[in-house]
Design a protein around this ligand. Structure first.
Ligand code: PGA
Length: 254
């Protein structure tokens, strides 16, 4: 981790009503009023951003959206702009999650547009990258992840890259209960840092925080967190219950 602040994010995906979101925050605050060394980020669905923003007021927890559009405003029915996310209190936004790439036709080009738009509005991106099972099995992991990172980061300033977060999420590990081994995750995290260094220099790449995501739970968090290039976790299923998410944050508090 080398002095980088651990960052643990709860990606609720398309789960939780307003009442459920508020209950989670109430329970989570009671279990873990102080996350210690770790930075805690809550990524509710868009409908609950405003309610969660209110519920985490006065806590160190930060708010993140799960997606964003790249235009400032206009006739884009159903989309949400970076300025609107900023307005509702988002500090972070997840960009390029594999579910968005897979089901909603996002690609390296739209991911790049979204990253630039988020930075322009003062929102820090959590960029998701990762290979499919077929890509891993045919030995293409490094090539795919390097391509995704290069396409996303090209044109960004070193200061932007050093401030952002990249989540390495192998698609085959998401929601399957089958996490990557810590050694495999570290190998790809190292590769991501090298790809970033090649674009913006060593200094910017050293501050970049890299999360592992894919079937993270309280019991396996610590083994990822001790890896030199892994600085946190992006958590789906195990972030839906306050006790389980708190267990992950505790395990990452290092
Ligand atoms: P999971 O999801 O923790 O349920 O595997 C991770 C993610 O998609 O961010």
């Amino acid at each position: 981790m080398l002095g980088r602040k651990p960052i643990i994010a709860a990606n609720w995906k398309m789960h939780k009503t307003l009442a459920e979101s508020e209950t989670f925050i109430r329970e989570f605050r009671a279990i873990l009023p102080d996350p210690g060394a770790a930075e805690v980020v809550i990524c509710p669905p868009a409908t609950a951003l405003s309610a969660v923003a209110r519920a985490i007021e006065g806590t160190p927890y930060k708010l993140s959206a799960q997606n964003v559009y790249w235009e400032k405003s206009g006739a884009f029915t159903g989309e949400i702009s970076p300025l609107q996310l900023k307005d509702v209190g988002c500090h972070y936004v997840i960009i390029g999650h594999s579910e968005r790439r897979q089901y909603f036709a996002e690609n390296d080009q739209t991911v790049s547009l979204k990253l630039k738009a988020a930075f322009a509005a003062g929102i820090v991106p959590i960029l998701c990258v990762g290979e499919s099972r077929a890509e891993r099995e045919t030995g293409r992991t490094d090539e795919v992840v390097s391509r995704q990172v290069r396409a996303a980061l090209v044109g960004l300033r070193a200061a932007e890259v050093s401030a952002m977060v990249v989540a390495y999420e192998p698609i085959w590990a998401i929601g399957t209960g089958l996490a990557a081994t810590a050694a495999d995750a570290q190998a790809v995290a190292g590769l991501i840092r090298e790809a970033a260094a090649a674009l913006v220099g060593r200094e910017g790449a050293e501050s970049l925080r890299i999360q592992y995501g894919g079937s993270v739970k309280p019991e396996n968090t610590a083994e990822f967190m001790v890896q030199p290039d892994i600085d946190g976790a992006l958590v789906g299923g195990a972030s839906l219950e306050a006790a389980s998410f708190a267990g992950i944050v505790r395990a990452a508090g290092c």
